[in-house]
Ligand binder design. Structure first.
Ligand code: CP
Ligand code: NVA
Length: 305
């Protein structure tokens, strides 16, 4: 079957050159140079099987700013929450809307939605990946430090959906990524294996080793959505993996701190770091809006990369 549209489920869905153009487009939206309405008359369905502040608001506002309209669909309201198959939902929504954004648990559900839908599907977070967030993070790095190539990023903590998307980004863009994860909490084995062959992605156990010479230090919660009952076990396992001022002092001079939010101050990061001068988390959150507008303009609005 030939497809006339493209989806965004994972960072490697774009080439390195396309990502560069996407960042340029997002930047032109941020500065106001781009003021077109490529989604005029279009609707985006937003399926949220998990909670969200940033993703929900940035997609909804972003769609509006591009001239379109977004629908918020939670499991309490739609039949998907009562067991209607993903494939039926995909086919039906495709008859009404011009794009679907989904946040859910199993990544395979997003892949199935994309297979069955005849409109573009955007991954708004799964247990495996969070690609929109890492593109927003990379846009932040570009704004703060210039081109990402030649830079080193340190990931501290859980090998979760964010870590997996950082690995994918390093694989496509070639920058250096060092992950420090406690034993038993490594990133997805297949994603890590593929990226390691490039030689620019390493996994270590010592956060101090990962942050050495790093230009960007980033982390995330120890228990992601759906893992709440593991909180106590994880707090023990992640002892020593808090990003504090001492750890930041071992990174490169001028290093910035990123966190996708929501954050747990006193767990994965101390308040003095996330609220301190090296933190860029509010720019990072804002960039969700700009990069997702760029993604929608390309996937749904006919913008070329
Ligand atoms: N970072 C992020 O995706 O935040 P939300 O869960 O609030 O959408
Ligand atoms: N890893 C976190 C990211 C939240 C935006 C989670 O999945 O809950």
């Amino acid at each position: 079957m030939t497809r006339e549209h493209r989806d965004f489920l994972a960072i490697p869905d774009f080439s390195s050159a396309e990502l560069g153009s996407l960042f340029d487009l997002a930047e032109s939206m941020r500065t106001g140079v781009y003021d077109k309405k490529p989604l005029a008359g279009q609707s985006l369905a937003m399926i949220f099987m998990k909670a969200s502040t940033r993703t929900r608001v940035s997609f909804e506002v972003g769609t509006y700013q591009l001239g379109g309209h977004a629908l918020f669909l939670s499991p309490r309201d739609v039949q998907l929450g009562r067991g209607e198959p993903i494939s039926d939902t995909a086919k039906v929504l495709s008859r009404y809307v011009n794009g679907i954004m989904i946040r859910t648990f199993a990544h395979s559900e997003v892949e199935e939605l994309a297979r069955e839908a005849t409109v573009p599907v955007i991954n708004g977070l799964t247990d495996l990946l969070h690609p929109c967030q890492v593109l927003a993070d990379l846009l932040t790095v570009r704004q703060q430090l210039g081109e990402i190539s030649g830079r080193k990023v340190a990931w501290i903590g859980d090998g979760n959906n964010m870590a997996n998307s950082w690995i994918n980004a390093a694989h496509v863009l070639g920058f250096e990524l060092s992950l420090a994860c406690p034993a038993g909490y490594d990133s997805d084995a297949a994603i890590l294996e593929r990226a390691r062959s490039g030689g620019n992605v390493t996994l270590v156990r010592d956060p101090g080793e990962a942050v050495r010479d790093a230009d960007v230090v980033t982390t995330d919660v120890w228990a992601s959505m759906g893992q709440e009952e593991e909180q106590a076990v994880r707090e023990k396992a992640f002892h020593g993996f808090c990003v504090d001022a001492a750890l930041m002092s071992r990174a490169a001079k001028g290093a910035i701190f990123l966190h996708c939010l929501p954050a747990h101050r006193g767990e994965e990061v101390t308040a003095d770091v996330i609220d301190g001068p090296q933190s860029r988390v509010w720019d990072e959150a804002e960039n969700r809006l700009h990069i997702q507008k760029a993604i929608m303009a390309v996937l749904m609005g006919g913008e070329k990369l």
